[in-house]
Design a protein around this ligand. Structure first.
Ligand code: SF4
Length: 480
């Protein structure tokens, strides 16, 4: 009888080394006692010797290693022995053992692995970074996993938030990312991580806006977002009241819908003339009946631009959202609220600017009662370009700001590289100065930890627009 130990208990390398040592001297599973197993306290066996340096390579199915890497992260104390039993059976001839879905060892291991994968998924979904002041930007999150999953999941966060400095604290272990390397350390306590940060109000406002009471299913919600995670989620503070008020909000919605149909069907196609030289009022009236592409049909109405006809500054977004489609006005939904805030931070007067979209009808996908934004494709942008040209030709702004890649492609052409060119000045063929920045909806879509940086990108670009500090760089772009 031998005994051995895996340190740390979740490490595949550590377990593999011990398993290889046992196999090298032919120790059967029933003769090997793993520290952490139920019988550990008896400590009957002799210490397992190390494996010979040049021991034979173990050839096992990749599927087994994948299963083992998950099982090792489970808190079950018998997992090392269970895996060794599976390994023993595989190397002794049961090469297709994992295909036997009803085998008790396979069932036990699969159950443990499923629990670990579920826990890992929850961690990816429910970790919320909070900003801390430390000279430069850094973020800390607190999370209480059910299993030993931090090492398993940390690479996911390193990839996802590669450009940030962050740390995740758990009760048993912590990890830090400095932009290049993951460093693991001891665990902490909840008080080591900040409880809140400045931008969470913004996130809560957005969450309250997108919360659809008609789709509320508390049972499903608690299954998907167990209450133990709520304490780490900024939006969780809203949930009790949103859930409490859901019934009355649904009744209100139903009554509103009964009184006022949401959709105004345009009159039969009258082939509007896109080259009409009338002013904005005439163009708007013509666009109201536009059927140049299929987007008009499921949408409520054409959402035309808004602002002074002689505005010096024009902002162009992608397309109307749900709130814009219903109200007929651009930038009045959550993204519009964020843009207003960014305008205020950058010193831009919204009332003096002209705001419009590259595509004038809301493209969406119906999911139950909710209409989910769907990006317009290049055909829609091309079809709608005629209306954007009318607005540009009538308003004749000095400066154009494209919010997002779709607007940039409408103004600069489809070859425009938004990621590389964002924040840089260009001069259009008619001498108008133009810049592309991010869309406020993109800022709102960022994970909580990245939203603050994304917002700062938007404000910095708008501040450059506001101050005009950047000199135009003449580049070859298509003329309007
Ligand atoms: S999206 Fe533009 S081109 Fe398409 S129907 Fe609407 S207004 Fe016309």
């Amino acid at each position: 009888m031998y005994r051995t130990q895996v340190e740390p208990g979740w490490s595949l390398d550590a377990w593999r080394g011990r398993a290889r040592a046992a196999l090298a001297i032919g120790v059967a599973p029933e003769d090997l006692q793993w520290d952490g197993d139920a019988q550990q306290g008896l400590a009957l066996g002799a210490p397992l010797p190390d494996a010979p340096e040049a021991g034979a390579q173990l050839l096992v199915p990749a599927r087994f290693m994948d299963l083992a890497s998950a099982v090792l992260c489970h808190r079950d104390t018998g997992r090392h022995g269970l895996l060794y039993r599976l390994l023993w059976r595989i190397v002794k001839g049961e090469r297709r053992l994992l295909d036997r879905a009803t085998d008790p060892d396979v069932v036990a291991a699969s159950t443990l692995a499923a629990a670990v994968r579920r826990d890992s998924h929850k961690m990816k979904a429910f970790v919320r970074f909070r900003q801390i002041e430390e000279g430069e930007e850094a973020y800390v999150a607190w999370f209480e996993p059910d299993h030993w999953i931090l090492d398993r999941v940390a690479p996911f966060f390193a990839k996802r938030f590669a450009g940030m400095r962050w740390a995740i604290l758990t009760p048993y272990r912590s990890v830090r990312w400095d932009g290049a390397v993951l460093t693991f350390g001891p665990g902490g306590v909840r008080a080591d991580a900040p409880a809140d940060d400045a931008r969470e109000d913004l996130w809560r406002t957005y969450y309250a806006n997108i919360f659809n009471p008609a789709r509320l299913n508390p049972t499903m919600m608690r299954q998907e977002m167990p209450q133990k995670y709520w304490k780490g989620l900024p939006e969780a503070a809203l949930l009790p009241s949103l859930m409490r008020e859901a019934g009355s909000r649904v009744r209100d919605m139903a009554e509103r819908e009964a009184q006022a149909p949401r959709r105004k069907i345009p009159a039969r196609h009258t082939a509007p003339s896109p080259v009409d030289t009338g002013g904005l009022v005439a163009a708007r009236a013509q666009a109201a009946d536009c059927r140049r592409c299929p987007l008009w049909e499921p949408a409520t109405q054409t959402v035309w631009g808004e602002g002074p006809e002689d505005a010096r500054l024009m902002f162009i977004g992608e397309q109307p959202g749900d709130a814009e489609d219903l109200t007929g006005r651009p930038f009045v939904g959550p993204a519009g609220a964020l843009l207003d805030r960014a305008f205020a931070d950058a010193g831009i007067d919204r009332a003096a600017a002209y705001l419009t979209n590259a595509v004038k009808h809301f493209r969406f996908e119906q999911r139950g009662k909710v209409r989910l934004h769907k990006r317009p494709d290049s055909g829609h942008v091309r079809a709608c370009h005629t209306w954007l040209q009318r607005e540009l030709a009538t308003v004749r702004p000095d400066t154009v700001v494209c919010l997002g890649a779709t607007a940039a492609s409408a103004v600069f052409g489809t070859g425009f590289k938004h990621t590389q060119e964002r924040g840089r000045w260009h001069t259009l063929g008619n001498g108008v100065r133009a810049m592309a920045t991010v869309h406020p909806a993109w800022v709102l879509r960022q994970p909580a930890a990245a939203r603050e940086s994304a917002y700062r990108v938007l404000v910095a670009d708008l501040a450059a627009v506001s101050s005009g500090v950047n000199e135009p760089t003449r580049v070859n772009v298509r003329s309007q």
